[in-house]
Design a protein around this ligand. Structure first.
Ligand SMILES: CC(C)(COP(=O)(O)OP(=O)(O)OC[C@H]1O[C@@H](n2cnc3c(N)ncnc32)[C@H](O)[C@@H]1OP(=O)(O)O)[C@@H](O)C(=O)NCCC(=O)NCCS
Length: 188
């Protein structure tokens, strides 16, 4: 249950989106792979080397890869769906991982956090963040953290408005290129 007083969503979203969230399961592997690849391309197609982007997509997104993620007991996937059941976005959580600046005794990482471009600015991100933080609290995690590319101004603004603060840096391999990511964290 989302704590209303702490809610990112209720404090920021004037009109809630018509989406609802649920936890994904193995049968969602194909839909997850499609949404992950599409939202990644939408996020990084402008200003990126297209060939390198496709190297990354091929390496990380396929039905088999996403099925193995959904079978991994350390991972949980929260999905936002529209009323027709189409995926609007998702948040992938992983307990126990760490990076520079993560201080909690029981941290949880928000490994991937994406909405489809058609849903940008409509409150799906806030809805997913609320659900992810509520789940982290309920599972007894004392810190939520994520990493974001230093050039991703929209996401950085979203995370800062969602109460995350910069704590450190962690490299991220985008296709065949190593990029600098910022580590952000907050108490859930
Ligand atoms: C970053 C991201 C997840 C944010 O998700 P989002 O669904 O666009 O976020 P929200 O709609 O909840 O919030 C974005 C803005 O829309 C506003 N908004 C939300 N619902 C609204 C509504 N109904 N009416 C008007 N404004 C609204 C929010 O207040 C917020 O505005 P602000 O930035 O000025 O505070 C999304 O843009 C995204 O997937 N980007 C590409 C992928 C990416 O970069 N992921 C992060 C990788 S680390």
């Amino acid at each position: 249950m989302v704590d209303r007083a702490r809610s990112v969503y209720r404090s920021r979203v004037p009109t809630p989106p018509p989406t609802t969230t649920r936890w994904a399961h193995v049968a969602d592997a194909a839909a997850y792979a499609r949404c992950a690849a599409a939202s990644f391309r939408e996020a990084y197609a402008d200003g990126s080397d297209d060939a390198n982007l496709e190297v990354h997509v091929a390496r990380h997104f396929s039905e088999a890869i996403q099925r193995s993620e959904l079978q991994d007991p350390r991972l949980r996937l929260l999905v936002a769906e529209d009323p027709a059941g189409s995926w609007a976005g998702f948040a992938l959580l992983r307990g126990g991982s760490r990076a520079e600046g993560v201080r909690g005794a029981r941290p949880v990482e928000i490994v991937r956090f994406y909405t489809r471009a058609a849903w940008y600015g409509r409150g799906v991100g806030a809805q997913l963040m609320d659900g992810a933080l509520a789940a982290a609290r309920e599972a007894g995690h004392d810190e939520a953290w994520l990493q974001v590319w230093e050039g991703n101004a929209r996401a950085i603004r979203f995370y800062e408005k969602s109460g995350f603060v910069a704590r450190g840096r962690n490299p991220f391999r985008f296709g065949d290129v190593w990029e600098k990511d910022l580590v952000y964290a907050r108490s859930p």
